[in-house]
Design a protein around this ligand. Structure first.
Ligand code: HEC
Length: 164
């Protein structure tokens, strides 16, 4: 009887846990006005990294050498370099390495994703696909890899996944 009770409660717990995971989705909030936004279908590549990010806000490309190398190329390709410098340490635009940020939420990967995708009020337009023009901009997976490169430049140890 006791064994059966334990079995039932374990099953219940895993069911509840399962539902919790499935329904948990992060809400993306614009840095400009605090409104919610979503990613258009063509802004998604369909990778496991995107799935994890939209579920938990965690960027699994952090520390991934291949993703970091790819992100470095993207950082140059989208002219982030022009404003933020070749090592993201700052040029015309601010440094992106922390530990403090203009927008404190940019210490998290979710916050930085929101700022880069949908833009800020103080001089940076959104870079997300569909924001600049239908065939330009970055998809979510590319932005996650670009953020992984930015975090890899930091000597302060900020990974953006803290607490996740
Ligand atoms: C035309 C110049 C320009 C380009 C190109 C540009 N940025 Fe920016 N960026 C800025 C400026 C200026 C700010 C400060 C905006 C503000 O204070 O609202 C900024 C802010 C940011 C922030 C917020 C920093 C903080 O301290 O909170 C991040 C992150 C960022 N940029 C990443 C990028 C990435 C990644 C790219 C390339 C996809 C990029 N930027 C391209 C000019 C630029």
């Amino acid at each position: 009887m006791l064994a059966r009770n334990i079995l039932v409660s374990t099953l219940l717990a895993s069911l509840i846990g399962f539902t919790g995971v499935v329904s948990a989705q992060i809400k993306l909030i614009k840095t400009t006005d605090g409104s919610e936004f979503t990613i258009p279908a063509d802004g998604l590549k369909g990778t496991p990294a995107e799935a994890e990010f939209f579920k938990t806000g965690k960027n699994i490309y952090i520390g991934d050498a291949k993703a970091i190398a790819y992100g470095k190329k993207r950082f140059g390709l989208w002219s982030c370099t022009q404003c933020h410098g070749p090592t993201a340490g700052g040029q015309v635009g601010p440094g992106l390495l922390g530990p403090t940020f203009r927008y404190p939420k940019d210490a998290t990967n979710k916050g930085m994703f929101e700022t880069v995708w949908a833009g800020s009020n103080g001089g940076m337009g959104g870079k997300g696909l569909g924001i600049m023009s239908a065939d330009d901009g970055m998809n979510a997976d590319e932005l996650l890899q670009t953020i992984a490169w930015i975090r890899a430049q930091s000597t302060t140890g900020v990974t953006g996944n803290e607490g996740l």
